[in-house]
Design a protein around this ligand. Structure first.
Ligand code: 6PG
Length: 248
């Protein structure tokens, strides 16, 4: 990773996935309080997959559920599968069951990324929805983007050797993923990179090789998309010891 990026990248390694979830919950609340205090609102793009579920459950539990920032929070999504919101694979469904349905976030502040229907149309609709909130700016400045990472180094739905990796204008993109034989909708790398804070949350030994390749290797982002994520703001990695196991 380029020296400049290393300087602004903070690495946190904890004993296990449960401690990672507790620490990420603390960091989320800290960033939310600061965003509301400084700007009157907190905009966050949630990560999909399975890792964040524990975090979302903690965020919707005492004491964090009682925090004042929830009424000023705007929830976006980093990516979505091409399925309806009640489908078992839906990132929205996971976040809603684990957190959103249990919190007092105004419904109009939950900006679901549509998975059902035409992926390209849904990506365009999502950009419209984001522009309605962030205004006519070149790039939105999300206060926080939470990201997971796959064993192939994908993040959000930016998969190796896929078209969306090169998107430099749209805020959200439809992305055909050959290996899944499926469409995805994803925030684009420039949107993620314009966030004030980006938190990667990666646990488990299965991810250790990819973590080491992303943080210490030289492979091109085309093959390891998480290396595209070099935010203008603060980049933090939250790992358990197993996922950090191959770091020097
Ligand atoms: C998705 C996610 C994706 C996820 C990684 C890790 O829609 O699947 O956005 O980028 O974060 O695939 O997934 P796990 O947490 O399930 O390992």
């Amino acid at each position: 990773m380029p020296d400049a990026a290393e300087a602004s990248t903070q690495l946190h390694v904890y004993a296990d996935a449960e401690e990672v979830a507790r620490r990420v919950t603390e960091r989320f609340a800290e960033l939310a309080r600061a965003s509301v205090a400084e700007r009157g609102s907190f905009s966050v793009a949630l990560a999909g997959g399975s890792t964040p579920r524990m975090i979302y459950e903690l965020l919707a539990s005492e004491p964090v559920r009682a925090e004042d920032f929830w009424t000023k929070t705007h929830v976006f999504f980093g990516d979505e599968r091409a399925v309806p919101p009640d489908h078992p694979d839906s990132n929205y469904r996971m976040a809603n069951e684990a957190m959103l349905a249990r919190l007092s976030i105004p419904p109009e502040n939950i900006h679901r990324m549509r998975g059902e229907g035409d992926a390209a149309a849904n990506a365009s609709l999502y950009e419209d929805e984001m522009r309605a909130f962030f205004g006519e700016v070149d790039w939105p400045r999300l206060d926080l983007v939470m990201l997971g990472m796959g064993e192939d180094g994908h993040t959000a739905s930016l998969f190796p050797s896929t078209i969306a990796l090169r998107e430099q204008h749209a805020w959200a993109a439809a992305n055909w993923v050959d290996k899944l034989n499926a469409w995805r909708i994803t925030l684009t790398a420039p949107v993620i990179n314009h966030a004030r804070h980006v938190l990667f949350v990666v646990t488990g030994a299965g991810k250790a090789k990819a973590v080491a390749a992303v943080l210490e290797g030289q492979r091109e982002p085309e093959q390891l998309p998480a290396r595209l994520i070099q935010p203008v703001g603060c980049l933090e990695w939250f790992l358990d010891r197993a996922a950090a196991g191959k770091l020097k």
